[in-house]
Write a protein that binds this ligand. Structure first.
Ligand SMILES: [Cu+2]
Length: 452
């Protein structure tokens, strides 16, 4: 006999007794369907309201410096720039595109319009957050029927159902849609990627940065802006402005191979380009496409993004890395690395305080403050860091004071430095521009917005 009172197990009870108790209850005869409802409360609710964000998985083309060309000795051809690319692009990618605001049918018009890095988005601690992912197929590779998923790297799912790792959860075939449901428990900076054939899909561009805002947000008594990285209790992670710095790489031969129906040999991997938010310096300084607010996507044509001002070639790389602030403001840099190589991001002339690592507040269990000051954040593949700096006093000269933020590994701040000495600049490098305190304040509307 089933004890009816046990059927009324609430979520509070589930948290109190722990998931194992519920599994034991299942084994004791509650039946798989009830256990499923207990363990997946979000799934049962998943159809009762629209998603917060709609993404599609598809392919597309981005723009990287065309000179010097890359000749592949193993393939026997020039692989960069790609001769199949549209006139103002160079490089084939797989990626995500933001379909928020589009009707479900209209999402298929985003085929071949993937962006890199993937759309930047965020959730709030403890608040149900839903992302609908639709696989609209690959325009350049109609012979492939690859599935896609959304894997929130390092995120603690209650169960693997929404994890996106295809052997432990569902993946999405072409033409299909699935809604991921998250209740974020740990504030901080994460990254996400498609987990299907992940060496290929991650490297080809299906990666981006995601973060979770803490419950403490909105409390203006600890820090005037009411914006925090963590639930610090003392305002130590309060900030005025925030910028995502997402690191990824492009190996030219593999992108050419995928566009030309060849198989990349991944053991030959070589990072030709090191990207910051999907671009290389000095493109990193170009403005945002007006489409980077993930929840309010602007478009020119009905289904196309709006290119950064004066840069139609960067239409599929809409996220700027230019950091603007006023003297005295606290600025948060959210670093995440889903390249294959370690990076050493250095800010010249300004100390950074690292307040979080891998979505964990730098604070011991006894309250000990374990944050530290540095001017270099070294991060390996799959790592994230939250670092805050206070903008120094303005020099009084004309215009903003400029500080350089760059990868200290020089071969990665100089693209195509493949031993030929022909590197043409580029790489993981951007600028921090500090304006006088007297500059009128309009306010940052979303992360990476350069509006003062
Ligand atoms: Cu994929």
């Amino acid at each position: 006999m089933i004890d009816r009172r046990r059927l009324l197990l609430s979520r509070r009870d589930l948290l109190k007794y722990g998931g194992l108790t519920a599994v034991a209850a299942g084994a004791a005869g509650l039946g798989p369907r009830l256990v499923e409802q207990i363990l997946q409360p979000g799934r049962a609710l998943a159809v009762d309201r629209p998603p917060d964000l709609k993404l599609v998985g598809t392919d597309g083309w981005i723009s990287l410096p065309p000179n010097p060309p890359i000749f592949s000795s193993s393939l026997g051809v020039v692989t960069h720039p790609d001769t199949y690319a549209p006139p103002d692009r160079t490089t084939y990618v797989f990626g995500f595109a933001n379909a928020t605001g589009l009707a479900d049918d209209a999402q298929f018009n985003l085929k071949n319009k993937a962006q890199h890095a993937a759309p930047l988005f965020w959730a709030r601690e403890g608040v149900d957050f839903r992302v609908q992912l639709t696989n609209v197929g690959l325009a350049q590779r109609p012979d492939l029927f690859d599935e896609h998923t959304l894997h929130w790297h390092g995120f603690k799912n209650v169960i693997p159902f929404f994890d996106g790792e295809p052997s432990g959860s569902v993946s999405i075939p072409q033409g299909q849609t699935f809604t991921y449901v998250y209740v974020s428990r740990d504030p901080g900076t994460y990254m996400f990627h498609c987990h299907v054939e992940d060496t290929e899909h991650v490297h080809m561009g299906m990666t981006g940065l995601v973060f979770v805002r803490p419950k403490q947000d909105g409390n203006t008594s600890l820090y005037p802006s009411g914006k925090y990285v963590y639930n610090d209790g003392d305002g130590s992670t309060g900030f005025d402005r925030e910028y995502a710095m997402f690191l990824s790489e492009v190996w030219g031969d593999s992108h050419w191979a995928d566009a030309h129906i060849q198989l990349p040999e991944w053991s030959d991997y070589r990072a030709d380009f090191s990207l910051l938010n999907g671009r290389v310096y000095p493109d990193t300084l170009a403005p945002n496409g007006s489409s980077i607010d993930p929840f309010n996507v602007g478009r020119t044509a009905e289904y196309d993004l709006i290119a950064p001002a004066g840069r139609p070639d960067l239409i599929s790389q809409p996220i700027s890395s230019l950091v603007t602030c006023k003297e005295g403001e606290r600025v948060l840099l959210r670093f995440a690395n889903l390249g294959f190589k370690e990076a050493a991001m250095t800010l010249t002339g300004i100390k950074l305080r690292v307040v979080g690592r891998d979505a964990t507040h730098m604070k011991g269990r006894d309250g000990t403050n374990t944050s530290y000051q540095t001017n270099t954040v070294a991060l390996g593949a799959g790592e994230s860091f939250d670092a805050i700096f206070t903008a120094p006093a303005h020099s009084g000269g004309p215009g903003p004071d400029t500080y350089v933020l760059y990868n200290r590994t020089y071969t990665r701040s100089d693209n195509l430095n493949n031993g030929t000495g022909e590197g043409s600049g580029g790489g993981q490098r951007t600028e921090v521009r500090v304006y006088p305190a007297s500059t009128p304040t309009l306010g940052q509307r979303y992360p990476n917005d350069d509006r003062l």
